[in-house]
Ligand binder design. Sequence first.
Ligand code: SF4
Length: 434
Amino acid sequence: MDTMEKLRILSDAAKYDAACTSSGVNRAGVKGQLGSAAACGICHSFASDGRCISLLKVLMTNICAYDCTYCLNRRSNDTPRATFRPQELADLTISFYRRNYIEGLFLSSAVFGSPDITCERMLETLHILRNEYHFNGYIHVKAIPGADETLLQQLGLLADRMSVNIELPSNDSLKRLAPQKSKENILLPMSRIRDGIKENAHDLIRYKSAPRFVPGGQSTQMIIGATPENDRCILQLSEGLYHKYSLKRVFYSAYIPVVQDRNLPALDTAPPLLREHRLYQADWLLRFYGFTADELLSEKTPDLDPMLDPKCSWAVRHPEEFPVEVNRAPYEKLLRVPGIGVVSAKRIIRARRQAKLDHEGLKKLGVVLKRASYFITCNGKMQCRLRTDEPAVLAGILRDRGLPQGGIQPEIPEQLSLFNPTKEDAVKCLTGQL
Ligand code: SF4
């Protein structure tokens, strides 16, 4: 099998790993025009400053010793198999890099023989890239649960980011669908990476030239919709992972039915994209807006509202928290107002030191008044004479978003367009403001 055929199989097999935001396109070169696009596993990730990075996203191998029910690469599935040699994959990465196709590598793998053997091969690939080719670009590598601690440590010294997939939202589901994996096997490498990052931070204070260990932090991925856990259970798990393992991100991956099995949704079930979208929004609220999972959802309402984003939904259910007076409210209270994001809350705090703010002024600071006006006062006054009882607020928000107020048709999730954005979309796209 030649390298391009392996690349086709192994980049296709990697597409279910959610650690980036989009996949590539396939476009041949045209005479008289500059460049071409290769679909083979090029995905995009975003740096902390919002810069978009193209990555070669590929598996080391899709030959797997495990038999996870939901996975196309499972041992018992009849699918074309391929394996890269470490030198081959390093050469491929460098040739893509030199052609300017990519800026980095996202490397994952099925379990080839054993977690240790798999990890050794990934380590050899990274070693060639970093120490023979002196490749300085971004590398994200998946840690294989069950691999030896020393191997993980060495991988962490060569990679920018590491991730260990939590896979499913509960131990019961893991036992049922991925019996060769265990909660302990997944959480142990996570805690090792967390400790390694902490120790490395101390080393760097003492010795400035100490090698860096996973400088981009660690992340994880969870499959949504393959198992019966509700959104509350998922968000509680994410919250625990952020606090306990200092994760940078939890990626939610809507389950795409690829396997006929009585423990999984039927093959014609649509992937729960709207649910995935709402979970990402709620995740922003956990990380940047000071919400807890138990505030957003309760035993009585264990799932996110498909009609409204989680912040609006929380605000509509908590009229006792509103209205908030923008000229006096502390930062934490401003953050809870729908339509006021992290950036606009900071701007409000700065601007009101100079002068009292009114509704026109808030608009200039980036506040989305269409949503915020139901929940704020400026100098004790609400905008127009809005009704602020729960049904009126809900109907008003839905009407402003062009949705039926009878509450039937949920918002359809779609990729935000950068080509024809509203101002609100563009800001949300870049900063995750809610
Ligand atoms: S370990 Fe499980 S999820 Fe990973 S590739 Fe093998 S079968 Fe798929």
